[in-house]
Design a protein. Structure first.
Lengths: 117, 117
DNA sequence: ATACCTGGTACAGAAAAAGATACTATTGGA
DNA sequence: TCCAATAGTATCTTTTTCTGTACCAGGTAT
C-alpha cells in the first residue's frame, strides 16, 4: 500500500475528524501490559478459565489479570460467563468484536515476519 | 477470518515461540501517548518539520515530542534529516519500515468503521 | 548589543500503571 | 469444625510515564 492509496482510503472511509488519528483509540484499547497476551491466548484457545489464563500468563498477578479482563470486558472484546458450580467456574472467551480483531493481528504479524528477526 | 484460519496461519507463519504473543512487541513499539498520532500525521503528510508536528499535535510539549520522535527513530520507523540552514530546519518522514505499517493501520480502521460509532 | 527564530535539553514534580502481599466468599468434603 | 479449591478484592509501594517550566545554541535581523 502506498501513501497515496492510504490517503485516498483514509480520506474516504473514516477521516471525518480533521487531524485526529483514527487508529489511536483502537490501540489505546489494546494498551496495558497484559491485554494483548490475554487476547492472544483466547485466540488460540477459547473459552479459558481464570486460573488457566493465570497459568499461561505467569507471572501475572491476580490484580493485573482481573483488571485487564475487566477492561477487555467493558470494551466488549471479551465475554465472562460464571457457572455457579462448586468450586466456582468462570470462563472467558472472545466476543464477535474481539474475534474481528484477528485480521488486525494478522496484518501485524505479517509486518513482524518482515521486520522482527 | 475465523479462529481456525487464524490458528493455521499463525501456526505456520510465526508461532515458533510457544505461548508468546507475536503481536505484543509490535504494539509495544507503538505505545506511548503520542507515537501513533505522530505516525498518523506522517502518513498524511511527509516530510514534516519539528515545529509543524508540534502545531498539529498541540498541546504536546517539546519534551514529549522529542522523546517520541527519538524512540520512533531508534525503532527505525521514522527518519530525521537535519538541514543546517538558518534558521535550522529538521524534517521527519516515515521510513520504509514505517510505511509498511499502513496495512496494519488500514486493518484497524476497517475494524473501527464497524465498531466505533 | 540585543532580541528573535528554530529545534531542541535539563530537571523536578505529578499522575498513571504495575507489583507485592494479604485477605475474602462460597461450599463440598474429611 | 476446619480445610481446600476457585475466583477474585483491598491496600500499599514501587516503577514508569507524562507534564511544566526554564534554559541553551547557532545564526540573523535591527
Amino acid at each position: 500500500m502506498t501513501y497515496e492509496e492510504f490517503k485516498q482510503k483514509v480520506g474516504s472511509v473514516i477521516l471525518t475528524d480533521q487531524g485526529n488519528c483514527p487508529v489511536t483509540p483502537v490501540v489505546q484499547m489494546l494498551q496495558g501490559k497484559w491485554k494483548l497476551q490475554i487476547l492472544y491466548e483466547l485466540c488460540i484457545k477459547s473459552p479459558m478459565r481464570f486460573g488457566e489464563l493465570k497459568k499461561m500468563l505467569k507471572p501475572i498477578t491476580n490484580t493485573a489479570l482481573t483488571n485487564a479482563l475487566k477492561e477487555l470486558e467493558s470494551d466488549d472484546l471479551v465475554q465472562r460467563i460464571q457457572y455457579n458450580e462448586m468450586p466456582l467456574r468462570v470462563e472467558y472467551s472472545l466476543t464477535q468484536k474481539g474475534r474481528d480483531l484477528l485480521p488486525v493481528f494478522y496484518a501485524i504479524m505479517q509486518w513482524g515476519v518482515k521486520y522482527i528477526p
